[in-house]
Design a binder for this molecule. Structure first.
Ligand code: C2E
Ligand code: MG
Ligand code: MG
Length: 720
């Protein structure tokens, strides 16, 4: 297009300049021709004047000296050849004398018909009798146009005295034939283009008018075209220039095209590489995400014709650890090859993580095969792999989801397959796990809780309540346990039993723990002498800065650490005893007391109790609830209390809901008790009010009649 535009522009510009030059030349020649016509008329007029303003001529004519008149006037035709025709018209309108060069257009008397003569007379009206008074006129003679000049033959010496009406006319005429106009052109236009007296009137050419002003023809000539002459000269160089330009432009365009193509190709290759896993040659996570987000996959999902299989290799880390990463890579390659072989040809197989694979299937036929394929993937690993001379047994957790109901988004489908795989991994399934809605409820709810929990502190949804812990002997409040509460805008009140594990998973537990501790520090300032139990999750204890953070917060609120007891469950102690021991020792050295929460529910053994520096031991409420009804529970509680005594660890019983439970625990010499029967968890203001009400003694049930207790059947078998 650029080339065409350039050629067109140059051509039009050059043509336009030539045309402009031609037009200018035409205007110039027009001016010159007009000047030439005036000069031609002047010539004819001068000739007529010359012969008419002639004393001797007048006298001879008046004297009727025909010989003299013919010799002297007729010589104008015979000798000069300047005129074509010459006539003398007398005052009566007759033609006494007439001369012409040839008569083939008619004799002078025929040409100067009475009608013409009358017009001549009219033309001469008012013509003064002076020298150079001749008047010109044109009229048509057949195909020709004749230019005439009319003058009165007058006596020069008495011109003013004679009556003009008595004087004869001398009429001199020429035909505007080709030769004359050609001469005129040559004379005035300095060009070879002769003017022509055309019968037709042409636009832009000077018209020729007769006596009455009617147009009877025009002076026509072929205007010169100097523009075209120039054009002819420049056409060759311009065409040459354009040709060179075209060649260069074409070459540039072709080169640019070649470059663009090769760039597009390398771009395609780069894009392809970005989507490919270099180790296995399979699609990588990026490529798989792209595939699953594609319009075609979305459509397949919506139509219920898509399926996703996720596969996670179990114990891959240990392979890496034992034969190194290179061996691990080799194993991944072998795995990929083996799994590829059992997949249907149109399945899209991707490596989406170090030891994670995914398969996307679409189409009705493929869907029928999904369950079989997923199962085959599990069993494809039944046979061991040999890498670097070692044999490895690996297993895979495989989960899959089918959009068979339709109306599923790709993201949902991926989430479902992931959930199924998660289930397969957790349940250590030996076969592929299909997705079913049952998987959803627990996991999804936890996910939503986790999301909501993130903003809970900022949104002021968390609060802390305190439950008194009471000395069994006199029921005086000695301590309180801080318990976190979450009033979620989205879910209402959520139990810590539900959200603490989620907070541990998401890491929110660290902020929640600090929040509770800080709030406890603030509140306990009003409760001098009261101790405070704080629940601590294993995840918190794993945080390297945990002890320092607690110390700093306590210092900031001016509370000494030994007013606190940190309640821990056994989880961490069992999993990582060495680290736990170090951490607890550090906390103890700072002054914090340590309490073992939910004692009896985990792996508690005397060994642990001896290893760790506990101050308190909290018997889990599941034992207390069976107290009095289950002899085994009684015996167990009794031995736990004995154990505490023996190891010099104070024992707390939690979950006391009835007076019977309380009485029995007192009989069993349990040192501290906690439970709804004594006091429910309450806000800080509740504790403050309670303490004020109880006064100095802080005894929670001052009226309790301990002596009136009658157990329905013997429970303290050990005592008997
Ligand atoms: P826990 O430490 O064993 O706390 C005792 C739980 O028993 C509390 O439940 C308390 O309200 C409840 N309870 C007290 N007396 C009775 C009773 O007489 N009968 C019955 N049935 N229950 C009683 P809560 O507050 O729902 O807390 C549940 C668990 O959540 C706690 O068990 C503790 O493990 C955890 N938790 C609570 N607050 C925090 C916290 O701030 N941080 C951490 N890490 N965990 C916390
Ligand atoms: Mg507790
Ligand atoms: Mg407990």
């Amino acid at each position: 297009a650029g080339i065409l535009v350039t050629i067109l522009t140059v051509t039009v510009a050059v043509w336009w300049m030539a045309e402009k030059q031609n037009k200018q030349a035409q205007e110039n020649t027009g001016t010159m021709v007009t000047g030439g016509i005036v000069a031609m008329e002047d010539n004819v007029k001068a000739f007529a004047n010359d012969y008419a303003w002639w004393e001797a001529g007048y006298n001879a004519y008046m004297a009727g000296d025909e010989k003299w008149v013919d010799e002297n006037f007729g010589s104008g035709i015979r000798d000069t050849q300047i005129s074509d025709i010459l006539v003398i018209i007398d005052p009566k309108g007759e033609i006494p004398y007439a001369w012409s060069i040839d008569d083939h257009r008619g004799t002078p008397r025929e040409i100067f018909s009475p009608e013409i003569r009358a017009k001549i007379a009219k033309l001469a009206e008012g013509m003064p009798v002076v020298n150079e008074a001749a008047r010109p006129a044109y009229f048509r003679v057949g195909d020709d146009i004749m230019l005439i000049a009319v003058a009165r033959i007058a006596p020069v010496s008495r011109a003013s005295e004679v009556d003009p009406a008595t004087l004869p006319f001398l009429v001199q005429g020429i035909y505007l034939n080709h030769q004359r106009l050609f001469d005129l052109g040559r004379q005035f236009l300095e060009i070879d283009h002769a003017a022509n007296a055309s019968a037709a009137v042409e636009d832009g050419f000077p018209p020729i008018r007769d006596f009455d002003g009617n147009i009877i023809g025009a002076f026509v000539w072929t205007p010169p075209t100097p523009g075209f002459a120039v054009l002819r000269n420049v056409v060759a160089p311009i065409a040459g220039g354009l040709l060179v330009f075209c060649l260069i432009a074409m070459w540039t365009v072709l080169r640019a095209r070649r470059l663009a193509l090769s760039q597009a190709l390398s771009e395609r290759q780069a894009v392809e590489a970005a989507r490919t896993d270099s180790l296995t040659g399979l699609t990588n996570r990026f490529g798989f995400n792209e595939l699953s987000a594609s319009a075609s996959f979305e459509e397949a999902c919506a139509k219920g014709e898509a399926a996703i299989i996720y596969l996670d290799i179990n114990g891959f880390k240990s392979v890496n650890d034992s034969i190194g990463h290179q061996g691990g890579d080799e194993l991944v390659g072998m795995l990929a090859d083996r799994l590829s072989m059992i997949l249907p040809p149109d399945a899209r197989f991707a490596r989406v993580g170090g030891d994670e694979f995914a398969v996307a299937l679409t189409g009705r036929a493929a869907l029928g095969a999904v369950a079989g394929v997923a199962s085959a993937m599990v069993h494809a690993l039944d046979q061991s792999f040999t890498v670097g001379g070692f044999q490895f047994e690996v297993t895979a957790a495989v989960g899959y989801a089918i959009s068979d109901g339709g109306d599923v988004t790709p993201a949902e489908l991926l989430g479902r397959a992931d959930l199924a795989m998660y289930q397969a991994k957790n349940a250590a399934e030996r076969d592929a796990v299909p997705y079913h809605p049952g998987l959803e409820t627990g996991a999804l709810h936890r996910k939503r809780l986790g999301m909501a929990l993130r903003g809970a502190i900022e949104a002021n949804e968390l609060s802390v309540v305190y439950q008194p812990i009471v000395r069994a002997s006199d029921l005086a409040i000695v301590s309180v346990e801080a318990l976190v509460r979450w009033d979620s805008k989205e879910f209402g009140r959520v139990s810590p039993v539900d959200f603490i594990p989620v907070a541990e998973e998401t890491g929110a537990i660290h902020d929640i723990g600090k929040f509770v501790f800080q709030r406890a520090c603030q509140d306990m300032v009003d409760w001098p002498g009261l101790k405070m139990s704080i629940n601590v999750s294993p995840a918190q204890l794993r945080d390297p800065s945990f002890a320092n953070d607690l110390g700093a917060i306590a210092r900031r609120h001016d509370v000494v650490p030994n007013r606190f007891k940190l309640e821990l469950t056994e989880g961490l102690l069992v999993r990582n005893p060495t680290i736990a021991k170090r951490k607890l020792a550090r906390l103890k050295s700072m002054g914090f007391g340590i309490s073992l929460d939910d004692f009896g529910t985990g792996f508690s053994s005397i060994g642990y109790l001896r290893q760790f520096p506990f101050d308190w031991l909290k018997i889990d409420k599941s034992f207390i609830s069976e107290l009095g009804s289950n002899p085994t529970a009684n015996a167990l509680i009794q031995s736990m209390i004995a154990l505490g005594d023996a190891m010099d660890i104070a024992v707390v019983a939690e979950g006391i809901e009835t007076v019977e439970q309380l009485q029995l625990l007192r009989l069993l010499q349990c040192e501290f008790v906690q439970g709804y029967y004594l006091a429910k968890p309450m806000p800080a203001a509740g504790i403050t009010a309670l303490l004020a009400e109880l006064g100095e003694s802080r005894r929670i049930l001052p009226a309790l009649d301990l002596g009136g207790y009658e157990p329905s059947r013997p429970v303290l078998t050990i005592q008997s």
